[in-house]
Design a protein. Structure first.
Length: 177
């Protein structure tokens, strides 16, 4: 993609694709192109790809330990490819349901997730969820930030996305900035 973003047309013959006289327009406004964020969660090949090619890394890592270990791996692979300063963004995909009553948040969040995905909670364990109070959420995310988290991609696990967004923006975000 970076090559396509920088040339009028290209010719390429690789293992999986062959391109002859191919171009895309318009080119990105940024000279370096659009940042490429790569999803890698459990696979060593994915972590290597993030280090070698990515401008950012996206994960669902459901535990701080798994996130920290993966962040170290992506940093190591980026350094091996001379890109230690190019792959600093770490985005965590999180499903949120926040309420002053933590049990209510957990119940609502899991009910929403089960309905949305058509699966029981037991089959949704690979998702990172923060269902609880704002204070609980902030404690967890501060630990992730200390381990290298820079960005959150939020899924609102609620039938009231407006109220949930307000809680995230008014109560959680200011404590993480």
């Amino acid at each position: 993609m970076r090559w396509l973003w920088s040339e009028k047309t290209i010719d390429y013959e690789g293992r999986y694709y062959k391109l002859h006289n191919v171009g895309i327009l318009p080119h990105p406004a940024q000279r370096a192109g659009v940042p490429i964020w790569i999803v890698a969660d459990r696979n060593e090949t994915g972590f290597k790809r993030v280090g070698r090619l990515g401008d950012g890394w996206v994960t669902l890592a459901p535990t701080l330990e798994r996130f920290s270990a993966a962040r170290r791996k992506t940093d190591q692979y980026a350094a091996e490819h001379g890109r230690a300063d190019r792959c600093r963004t770490s985005a965590l995909y999180v499903a949120f349901n926040l309420h002053s009553d933590a049990e209510r948040a957990r119940s609502e969040g899991w009910r929403w997730m089960e309905h949305f995905f058509g699966q029981p909670k037991e089959k949704l364990a690979h998702f990172f969820t923060l269902f609880g109070t704002s204070a609980e959420c902030v404690r967890v995310l501060k630990d992730y930030a200390a381990a290298g988290l820079t960005t959150i991609i939020a899924r609102i696990a609620s039938d009231d996305p407006r109220d949930q967004s307000r809680i995230l923006l008014d109560e959680v975000k200011p404590q993480l900035s």
